[in-house]
Ligand binder design. Sequence first.
Ligand SMILES: *[C@@H]1O[C@H](CO)[C@@H](O)[C@H](O)[C@H]1NC(C)=O
Ligand SMILES: *[C@@H]1O[C@H](CO)[C@@H](O)[C@H](O)[C@H]1NC(C)=O
Ligand SMILES: *[C@@H]1O[C@H](CO)[C@@H](O)[C@H](O)[C@H]1NC(C)=O
Length: 356
Amino acid sequence: MAFFSLTKFTFLFSLTLTFLLMLNSTKPQTLSPKPCNNPYKQLNLILNPNGTITRPNKPPETPPSLDPTLPVLSKDLIINQSKGTWARIYVPRKTLNQTSKKLPLVIFFHGGGFIFLSAASTIFHDFCFNMANDIVSVVASVEYRLAPEHRLPAAYEDAVEALHWIKTNYQSDDWLKNHVDFSSVFLMGSSAGGNIAFNTGLRVEDGDSGISKMIKGLILVQPFFSGIHRTDSELRLVSESHLSLCNNDMLWELSLPVGANRDHEYCNPTIGDNILRLENIRRLGWSVLVTDCDGDPLVDRSIGLVRFMEKKGVRVMGHFTKGDYHGVQDSEPLKAKELFVVIKKFISSLPNQAIE
Ligand SMILES: *[C@@H]1O[C@H](CO)[C@@H](O)[C@H](O)[C@H]1NC(C)=O
Ligand SMILES: *[C@@H]1O[C@H](CO)[C@@H](O)[C@H](O)[C@H]1NC(C)=O
Ligand SMILES: *[C@@H]1O[C@H](CO)[C@@H](O)[C@H](O)[C@H]1NC(C)=O
């Protein structure tokens, strides 16, 4: 199998907090971080007197569409009404008349620091639409509950519930029933969504063998991780407009369980039970793709994660590019297209049977 070593392949990519740039781009850039202690103010959130949160400047959303002239059709399916969770399913139109052809299923989790955005956000709708078309797969983009109203692990629980829901209900949906190869399922996410894909993988690996056997791999695009100790790239890019260290810290402040520090296992993948769970991922034979770029403050954590998984014997491929920034694939369609080429290659490089 052609798994690339980290050092040989340097490319380009990114993820999802693009719009945080808009919120803070007018502030002067400073070389040393200013004290960050008011996450609501920093992230432009309004804490209402009745305890609810208002998110001003809501980015545009796009509805699903069954328009038969589009190359990809999409629809929303409710997962759990009481939680407001649902999934938007994308299928390439050409495959709808080919019932014999089954496609991989990419289960996608959007970014936004666990706090912002939606599967309906136009940037993610367009991304998933184009991904279904380019890599020729079915995509299920999961709407999960957001922090700080619902702190972690709420998003992971919603993601696990989404997997159970797909496994239990796919027979009642024509698209899932007729067009998905359920031995070729991938958990994917960008930024905070990459963190959710990773933590969801760790949660299902020992929970439900039916689900863990249908999963073939994880695709982590600029995954949002942290830790108490700063990395070189976090310090080098401390005021990076797409994800400043201050915003980074404040997102964790509002999404981790109250009182947890950044070495919590939701946040630092190399800590605690995660180590044991990675061992199980190795045994299940899942493959992992991690992509990032040198302009992303998170890049050193991505490189560290690849090395850590290599050490644990997990089959992992790192793909790193130069000159890009956090969230580049959400704002630059050509960068997304390059990412899809890498993902397609990753998926097609995998063996057909999981190794026990
Ligand atoms: C809480 O306050 C906000 C802002 O004033 C208002 O929009 C919202 O409807 C209120 N929600 C509840 C449940 O009272
Ligand atoms: C939906 O969510 C509620 C609240 O968490 C939970 O009690 C219920 O079991 C869920 N329903 C299904 C069908 O999973
Ligand atoms: C699929 O089949 C339907 C019904 O047979 C037909 O109307 C439609 O044009 C076909 N679509 C494509 C993309 O071939």
